[in-house]
Structure formats: structure tokens, C-alpha cells
Design a protein around this ligand. Sequence first.
Ligand code: SAM
Length: 292
Amino acid sequence: MPSFSWRFIINPEFWFSEKYTDSCGITFKVRSVLYTKESDFQRIDIIDTYDYGRVMLLDGLVMYTEKDEFVYHEMITCVPLFAHPNPKDILVVGGGDGGTVRELGRHTYLNSITEVEIDESVVVAAKEYTPFTGCGYDNEKVNLIIGDGIEFVKNKNNAYDIIIIDSTDPFGPAEGLFSGEFYSNVKNALREDGIVVAQAENPYYDPKWMMRSVNNMRKAFHNNVECYLAYIPTYPSGMWNFALGYKGKKASESFDIKRYKNLNLHFRYYNKNIHRACFALPEFMKEIMQTI
Ligand code: SAM
């Protein structure tokens, strides 16, 4: 008798699971593994799944999927862009998949889009295997710098209108992107009316990490910080938090309706009602924000 199972050969099923805790997570049935690489910073995998299309994993964690990446990328760009009165120069820290610069590129009134990504291998993999995000680099306005965002913002003064922190979770090279020192450098790098937005985890599985980011941003921006939410099925809990620090007016009360209408872009998640509604927080999250 062969030592393998015939059932497995006739009906091979390969599932990828990301564990959120020791007893809970998300799982995808995998069609094929397209790419695997151990870079200097992290392990990169790109898998093709049945329900969510192509998925990039960094160190085994879902970064984005073909099916729902639009939510994250529209929300991390549109909210600060339409809250700012006149954004011209934008800095993205991280974001090596290209989805954030792809969205920024649609806002034709911008003068410059600079991205500082630490790991060139992520960019190379995204261009090759997930062109739906990697196409962001085709825009001539995008200036990609391979380097550490933490170092890049040091000693920058009055240089950007919006800074977007599109980072991995707060471990390894991204840990410093959640620190007080980093946010204070970000504040100096921003002009008058400047806005910073950071992906800031979720209140279900990572309330402490979420609040580390929010509290450090609060210190740097003298409490001028608001949180907003988006619904992203493939991120832990599906409820994703963004922390936004502002130097000018409250972002939840600012919306450039004229620019929004003139631009006339087709979005799949963001719209003018979402701009206001995403700042409405559930009670349990407000409690976390007051107590941690
Ligand atoms: N949407 C994703 C998420 O929240 O799950 C984040 C996507 S993007 C792939 C995150 C990028 O941040 C990675 O490519 C990683 O290499 C980059 N990164 C991590 N630490 C960094 C640092 N210190 N400076 C610049 N980029 C960094």
C-alpha cells in the first residue's frame, strides 16, 4: 500500500490561514502559489485564491487582496485629500504594492507624489504579479525612493501637505513608524494645514497597538487626532482603523465639495457621505480610546 492518501491526490485542497489568535483567523482556498521570496526585510508570498483573487502576504500576513484592496487604498488617500484645503505635495511611507500611489495618481491636481519604501522586492513583486496595484508606478508624477521612511522624514521641514503611512504591522522595520519620535518628525515635515494618515490596526484584536499609534500621534499633534473606519473583509475583524493627525481644521468637518465634484472620479467605496460617516465611531471603540 502506498503511504499517501488517494483522496488527497484526487482532490487536492490547499488552504492558507492567517491566525489572528491561537484559535481564530481567516482562511483562503489557494489555486496556486505565484511567487515566494525571502528579502532582506521579510518573506514575500503572492498566492492566487478562489474567492479573493491574488493576495500578497508579508511574513504570512495578508497585505491586500485583488477583491477588496480598493477599500483600503481609496480610504487612505481620499479622506486626507478631500479634507485638506489645497493639497499639492504628498509623501507616502511604505506602500510598496503601489495601490496608494495608484489612487493618488488619479488626483490630477497634485504636483508631486513621493514614496519611500524600504523593500524594493515588494515593489518588484507587485509590478509583476499584482499589476492592479503595481500599475501605480507607471505614473510619471510618482517618485519612488528605496529607503527607510523613519530616516527619510528626519530633518524635513515644511515639505509636504499630506503624509500617508501605508506600513506593515508594528514589527520589524515598521515598528518605528508607530513611535512618538516618528510622528513628531512627520509633524515638522508637514506644511500649514498638513495632514498625516496612518493605517492603525483594529480595535478587536490589537487595541493596544492601535492605541500606541493613536496616543503617539496625539502627543505629536497636540490631541488634534481623529480616527476613521473602513470595512475590509480580509483584515483582522474586517473593521480597519486609520489615525489622522491635522494641523489645520478638523478633518471630519472639512470636505472640499467643489474639488470632489470637478474631479468627477468613479470610486467604489468612498463618497461624500462616507467622508463624514467614517468618522462616526462605535461606543466600544470610544471607550478603548479613552481608557488605553
Ligand atoms: N496595506 C497593507 C497593510 O496594512 O496590510 C500595507 C501594505 S504595504 C505592502 C506596507 C509596506 O511598508 C511594505 O512593503 C514594507 O516593506 C513597508 N515598510 C515597512 N517598514 C518600513 C519603513 N521603515 N520604511 C519604509 N517602508 C516600510
